[in-house]
Design a protein around this ligand. Structure first.
Ligand code: ARG
Length: 485
């Protein structure tokens, strides 16, 4: 097949070249953006007197026809057309004839692909942010129900202090909030319009770049043509944001794996989102959280992949950059799917409050509260209070119970043995009440602390933030269902 760029060649390109050079097998994903960009470019050419209104109408209807053929799966993509840009342009020429040949005036594939790909990246940053916000909203609703559900808070994966489940879920949401903020900021930074940069040096036509920028919902045209065609920071920003998000998702997933194990027993995954074993009939496996954890591998890999492709590229456009797309498509697709299934898994899981409470009774979780009591009400310096409490923990261990289960009588008598001078203070203090697990959790009222009230405050403010964030999500360049292609 003759190439659109074939004028200076005597021989036809080899099939091997076509196979190696082509990006159409994957960049067809960009078709909606390519058509939108071309229609807008054609109208701009009308404004600057390059095309007349009947030519524009012909081009637009030709592009619309191609769009519906692609949509209905009737359009044949072939490797000889190299990429989505040339596939659509040559289809246009085939359908409307010579007028189609005017479309590529005052643009190059370099600024064309920079535009298409940037629009894809920007739109998908919004779609992903939107999905994170739904996940957060669901998790916060779940958190609301569990502000009194005790569970062991851990450090080093060892029981540390009692918290409530709602508080733990809010902690997840805080990391997700940063992910949304990263997506918002990359959108703001990169919402600049590259078309009209030409091959690298601008065009001799008076391209109305401001107008195109407005039409396509950008905040302004890019500022330097050479940078515009070679910059892929926008894609790297997204890959970085998704690598971070993937890291957060994998940490959440790891906790789902732990919590659903027999050792923890804090939660049960719904049958709908669990899997069995081909040999052990009794098994219920957490494949979904494990895969969510594993996806971080490809998300980090994709970031590395594009960083390496871009490293040392001289200005301006180089074909190396064609290797940018699959990494981004892969990260976007796996992230959208991951967010959806993480949402479903968390929403359908059931929590075992009794098991969580039982776990709290192991590990002397309220020991810090005894030390705090000695500091605040007995004037003991913290380091000394820490030591005395350690002795009480040893006493509880030797009598086979948890500090939270010691009786008032035992506490007073053991503490008196350690600091006889404080006997009268101990006697009138009702110490055991402060050492229950619930009291320990409720005592942490500091800003951001786990007390039910403090947790509720966090839930409310995160909810309010999420609502606002959703309202100010940028408009999509293409409202259609771009997501699952
Ligand atoms: N398929 C190419 C890419 O993805 C489009 C740009 C080609 N430009 C060029 N001068 N060969 O980068």
């Amino acid at each position: 097949m003759a190439k659109l760029w074939g004028g200076r060649f005597k021989l036809e390109s080899s099939a091997l070249l076509d196979e190696f050079n082509a990006s159409i097998t994957f960049d067809q994903k960009l078709w909606r953006y390519d058509i939108l960009g071309s229609k807008t470019h054609a109208r701009m050419l009308g404004r600057i007197g390059v095309l007349d209104s009947s030519e524009i109408a012909l081009i637009e209807s030709g592009l619309d026809k191609i769009a519906s053929e692609i949509e209905q799966g009737r359009f044949v993509f072939s490797i000889e057309q190299e990429d989505i840009h040339m596939a659509i342009e040559s289809a246009l020429i085939e359908r409307i004839g010579d007028v189609g040949k005017k479309l590529h005036t005052a643009r190059s594939r370099n600024d064309q692909v920079a535009l298409d790909f940037r629009m894809y990246v920007l739109d998908h940053s919004v779609l992903i942010a939107d999905k994170i916000l739904s996940l957060m909203t669901m998790l916060l609703a779940l958190a609301r129900k569990h502000t009194h559900t005790l569970m062991p808070g851990m450090t080093h994966l060892q029981h540390a202090q009692p918290i409530n489940l709602g508080f733990h879920l809010v902690a997840w949401c805080e990391s997700l909030r940063r992910d949304v903020e990263r997506l918002e900021s990359l959108h703001t930074r990169n919402n600049l319009m590259p078309l009209g940069s030409g091959a690298l040096a601008g065009t001799p036509y008076n391209n109305d770049r401001e107008w195109i920028s407005k039409q396509l919902g950008f905040s302004a045209p890019t500022r330097n043509a050479m940078d515009s065609v070679s910059d892929r920071d926008f894609a790297l920003d997204l890959l970085y944001a998704l690598a971070m998000l993937g890291m957060h998702i994998s940490r959440i997933a790891e906790e789902l794996v732990l919590w659903s194990s027999a050792e923890f027993g804090f939660m049960r995954l719904s049958d709908e989102y669990a899997t069995g074993s081909s040999i052990m009939p009794q098994k219920k496996n957490p494949d979904v959280p494990e895969l969510l954890r594993g996806k971080s591998g490809r998300l980090y890999g994709n970031l590395m992949r594009l960083l390496v492709v871009m490293k040392s590229l001289p200005l301006a456009y180089n074909k190396d950059t064609q290797e940018d797309k699959e990494a981004v498509f892969d990260s976007v697709d796996s992230t959208l799917l991951s967010l959806e299934i993480l949402h479903a898994v968390c929403e359908s899981a059931s929590f075992d409050k009794k098991a969580m409470l039982k776990a709290c009774q192991k590990g002397h979780l309220s020991a810090t509260d005894l030390a705090d009591f000695l500091v605040r009400e007995c004037g003991v310096p913290f380091r000394e209070a820490h030591h005395i409490t350690g002795r009480i923990v040893a006493y509880a261990e030797s009598s086979g119970c948890d500090v939270s289960e010691l009786s008032e009588r035992e506490l007073v008598s053991e503490l008196t043995k350690l600091t006889p001078s404080l006997e009268s203070t101990f006697a009138k203090s009702s110490i055991s009440k402060r050492l229950t697990l619930l009291a320990s959790m409720q005592a942490r009222t500091s800003l951001g602390g786990t007390a039910s009230k403090a947790t509720s405050t966090q839930i409310s403010s995160l909810n309010a933030w999420a609502k606002k964030a959703r309202k100010k999500l940028p408009e999509l360049k293409i409202e259609a269902k771009v997501e699952n292609e």
